[in-house]
Design a protein around this ligand. Structure first.
Ligand SMILES: CC(C)(COP(=O)(O)OP(=O)(O)OC[C@H]1O[C@@H](n2cnc3c(N)ncnc32)[C@H](O)[C@@H]1OP(=O)(O)O)[C@@H](O)C(=O)NCCC(=O)NCCS
Length: 173
């Protein structure tokens, strides 16, 4: 299937909401996107929609995130969350295209790393490894292998050990 991937436009809001709800089987992730869109963490160029001739079929969101290091120092990174493909169109490579395009655009925008909490079987194929490699941790109680990071610039996470602080919006849904 031929798809194009471009940043979301104002008129995409409802299709982004519904395709995420369909993919996750609940509305929490859709609500999270709406909250993040209205927050300081939102980066309009990194809310990407995959489109086919029939409309929006997938979505991926990267938002600003901080790692709290020692003595009050913080390091900027990106959160990848959520990503979704319409259930009827999963396993066709659309998610992979969204992820590769998203990482490429994030690097072009000058971001140097991305953190994801997700399927440990999925993200490593794109280069994600456990964030514990760099001493980066989360307060969420998740398996080590599900909390992953990738450097978009070699060495970007070296010396950036700390605790990831998810924006409050993540706890509001
Ligand atoms: C995860 C998701 C975005 C992948 O999109 P996609 O277009 O199906 O991805 P691709 O076609 O590029 O890759 C498919 C591969 O992803 C992997 N995959 C898909 N869903 C997975 C899941 N829930 N757990 C682990 N791996 C998964 C499988 O290895 C699959 O390979 P297969 O087709 O050989 O079975 C999509 O399955 C989805 O929307 N799932 C529901 C929402 C979700 O879980 N989002 C991610 C939150 S971390």
């Amino acid at each position: 299937m031929k798809i194009t991937i471009t940043p979301e436009a104002p008129e995409d809001k409802s299709s982004v909401y519904s395709l995420n709800a369909a993919a996750f089987g609940q509305e929490n992730e859709s609500k999270l996107i709406d909250l993040l869109r209205n927050s300081e963490h939102f980066i309009p160029e990194l809310s990407l929609v995959a489109r086919s001739e029939s409309g929006s079929v997938g979505h991926i969101l990267f938002t600003k995130l901080e790692i709290a290091g020692p003595e009050g120092v913080t390091y900027g990174t990106l959160a990848l969350a959520p990503m979704a493909v319409l259930p009827s169109l999963q396993h066709l490579g659309i998610g992979s295209q969204l992820l590769r395009e998203g990482l490429k655009r994030a690097a072009e925008q000058g971001y140097s790393s991305v953190i994801v909490l997700g399927h440990p079987e999925y993200y490593p194929r794109f280069g994600f490894v456990p964030a514990s490699k760099w001493g980066i941790s989360t307060s969420y109680d998740v398996p080590d292998e599900a909390f992953m990071a990738i450097e978009l610039k070699l060495g970007a996470l070296e010396g950036k050990a700390g605790l990831v602080i998810y924006p409050k919006e993540f706890n509001e849904v």
